[in-house]
Write a protein that binds this ligand. Structure first.
Ligand code: ZN
Length: 153
């Protein structure tokens, strides 16, 4: 992919971003670019920029994908747990309620930030929604090319 910067007369090829590294950093709730800055200001409120590397994070459009994936994961864990406990111990219904309802809430709240972070990391790595794509030239990542080296002379 080549980005043409208007009126500059140079063409730069963006650096390839490591998708799995960005997803891993997002899972750790860290900046997908540097892995050191925190991605969240509060529980799920994304910092507009990384506090360490300054990379803009506000371009994310995670929207309702994090809850969707969280429900998918939590549902599989909880339903498997309910079925296993029922089969092994056949407890009363109230035991299931006391066990699995709080577990569902806690697991959802614990998994939502890393899953959202992973999706933001994926969007950043794929340059979606202004994460370094053509729609947001504020943070281009130019790599030295013959034309840019000649500019410095
Ligand atoms: Zn950063």
């Amino acid at each position: 992919m080549t980005i043409q910067i208007e009126n500059a007369g140079i063409a730069v090829t963006p650096v390839q971003r490591n998708v799995w590294q960005a997803i891993g950093r997002g899972l750790a709730c860290a900046c997908p670019a540097c892995g050191k800055g925190r991605i969240y200001d509060m529980f799920l409120k994304v910092n507009p920029t990384c506090g360490v590397c300054g990379r803009e994070l506000h371009h994310h459009r995670a929207d309702d994908a994090p809850p969707y994936f969280t429900m998918f994961v939590v549902g599989h864990i909880i339903i498997a747990g309910v079925l296993a406990v029922e089969r092994a111990f056949a407890p009363a219904t109230w035991v299931h309620m006391v066990l699995w309802l709080p577990m569902t809430v806690i697991l959802s709240l614990v998994l939502l930030p890393p899953i959202k972070g992973a999706l933001i990391g994926l969007q950043w790595a794929l340059r979606m929604h202004g994460f370094g794509g053509g729609t947001d030239p504020a943070n281009p990542e130019p790599i030295p090319t013959a034309s840019s080296n000649e500019r410095g002379k």
